[in-house]
Each structure stands twice: as C-alpha cells, then as structure tokens.
Design a protein around this ligand. Structure first.
Ligand SMILES: NC(=O)c1ccc[n+]([C@@H]2O[C@H](COP(=O)([O-])OP(=O)(O)OC[C@H]3O[C@@H](n4cnc5c(N)ncnc54)[C@H](OP(=O)(O)O)[C@@H]3O)[C@@H](O)[C@H]2O)c1
Length: 271
C-alpha cells in the first residue's frame, strides 16, 4: 500500500475553512517531515490562522505556505499559479505530489436557469469552479513531470457533489460545473498516464456552503436541507476529510470514478 507518510508536496484550494481546512489538518498529520503544503483561498487571515494551528498542533516538520487568490479572477489565477509553481523549488525532494481542488461556490441561486443572462457573473463562476482546477492541474503536472526522480507519485483530487449527477432547481450553475468537472477529469483519465485521479463526493457537511444553500428560494429544497442538517449522517468537515485522507492512504479507487463518502462509511443514505 503506498504510504502517505513520505515527503509530500500538497496544494489545497479553499483551505481557509470547511472541508478544505480540515483536509489540510488531516493531511499535515499524515505526511512526513520535509513536506510542503500550499494553502489557498481569498482570505489571507484565515489561511494564516490555519497555518498557525497546523504548526502548533502537528509535531512533524511540515512547511505551510499560504497564497491568497481569488479564483474567480483570471489574473489572480495566473498570479497564484506563478506564486506556487515558481517557488516550489526542486520537486525531486518529494516522493508524492498532491493537488486538491476543493474551492467552490454555489453561484447565483436566486434566479431560475432560464434567467441566467449575465455574462460576467457566469464567467466568474466558471473561472472558480471549472477553469481554475483545469489550469492548476496542468501547471501541477508540468511542474511535477519535470522531476528528475521518476518515482514521484502524482495525485489529483477533485471534490464533486451529488449535484453533479442530479439536476436541482436554482442550483443550475453548480450542477453544471460539478458535472462538467467530473467529465473533464474522466477524460483526462482515459488519456492514460501514471497520474492518480480521485473524484470525491464528500456527503452533506456542516459548512458555510451548506448554510448558503439554505438561503435558496426553493421551499422544497430548503426543507430537504433542513431535514438533512438534523440527520446522523450530516457530517462535520473533520469526518468527511478523514474519509478523503483514508482513500488517499489506501489508494484503491478507480481513476476519476466518483467515490461517495457515505459508501466508504457504509451508510445507506437517501438525500
Ligand atoms: N458542504 C456540503 O454539504 C458539500 C456537499 C457536496 C460537495 N461539497 C463540496 O465540498 C467542497 C468544499 O465545500 P465546503 O462545504 O467546505 O465550502 P465552504 O465552507 O464554503 O468553503 C469553500 C472554500 O472555498 C474558498 N473559496 C470560495 N470562493 C473562492 C474564490 N473565489 N477564490 C478562492 N477561493 C474561494 C473559501 O475561502 P475564501 O472565502 O477565503 O475564499 C473556502 O475556503 C466544495 O467543492 C463543495 O462543492 C460540499
């Protein structure tokens, strides 16, 4: 079984709160000394606080570098890529390189699909939820493919949602982006390479995004979310992040097939 406890380069988007922040903690506990973690999100203070807590609570020598960036802005994506991939240094010191595409937004959930006519806001949404993961993956693979050591393992994780395979009123953009991303990474998988691709569906989690979804005007959907938030299977970010790290540790998933958190937990959940 491949070991996570090796010098690792890890890049996590949306690491300032929620699932991304918990994943950063869980991963920092597993990797070996000499690892470097890049955490990105818009809010510098929350990234710095995450980095401070990792350093305080985790005893191994993991270097945490915070890069604030707005992934809904083209220049900011370019700048963030530069700040990460031009500063990472000699990647042959790592045995494993992981990028986790976690940052996302729900987009405009106050209008019906047929009313979506504002080009700039739609473009911004897709920059964050579609374009950024695609171009970051390309930069990540270019950077880590250039490694002199052919034993460097490469893993791409992309966080999906049930919304990617189930249409949902007022969640049109989110559903479209998750579905499109799933297919992008499935297409990358059939190109064939040694890159491992984990598409992880994290279940319903108690985060800011879930609270934002409760602001929907669709009463039926809101009632369903309310019900879910009272169920045993409503997860903390830590619980879902633990499953994600376990999947990385076991490394048994099929490339780019959707892995459902509840299946891993053995829960029969109907959401
Ligand atoms: N919560 C759920 O029930 C649920 C269910 C299924 C799938 N998911 C998926 O799980 C992942 C994590 O979601 P979450 O629930 O943890 O959400 P969250 O609490 O809202 O966190 C989202 C993260 O993305 C960052 N982010 C948002 N907009 C950004 C932007 N324009 N540029 C850069 N970073 C940005 C946020 O940081 P800043 O605000 O600091 O930028 C934050 O760190 C997402 O991919 C989501 O689709 C969640």
């Amino acid at each position: 079984m491949p070991n996570l406890n090796v010098p690792t380069l890890a890049i996590i988007t949306g690491a300032s709160r929620g699932l991304g922040q918990s994943t950063a903690f869980q991963l920092a506990k597993r990797v070996d000394s000499g690892s470097v973690m890049y955490l990105t999100a818009r809010t510098q203070e929350r990234l710095d606080e995450t980095a401070r807590q990792i350093k305080q609570e985790i005893l191994n020598e993991v270097e945490v570098r915070c890069v604030s960036a707005d992934l809904s802005n083209e220049d900011s994506i370019r700048e963030m890529n530069r700040k990460i991939f031009e500063t990472v240094g000699d990647v042959s010191r790592f045995s494993h390189a992981i990028i986790i595409h976690n940052a996302a937004s729900l987009g405009i959930i106050s209008k019906n699909a047929r009313e979506m006519n504002d080009v700039p806001s739609i473009q911004q949404f897709f920059l964050l939820n579609m374009t950024a993961p695609i171009v970051m993956t390309s930069s990540f693979l270019k950077c880590t493919n250039g490694c002199r050591s052919s034993s460097l393992r490469q893993t791409v994780v992309q966080i999906t949602s049930l919304a990617g395979s189930r249409p949902q009123k007022l969640m049109h953009l989110y559903c479209a982006a998750k579905s499109g991303r799933d297919m992008f990474f499935r297409s990358m998988a059939v190109e064939g390479s040694k890159v491992r691709i984990l598409t992880y569906e994290p279940g319903a989690i108690d985060t800011m995004m879930f609270k934002d979804a409760l602001k929907t005007n669709d009463a039926e959907f809101r009632a369903n979310l309310d019900r879910i938030s009272g169920e045993d299977f409503f997860l903390s970010p830590k619980e879902s992040a633990s499953v994600l790290v376990k999947l990385l540790e076991e490394d048994k998933y099929e490339n780019a097939d959707i892995v459902h958190c509840y299946d891993v937990l053995g829960l029969n959940v109907n959401v």
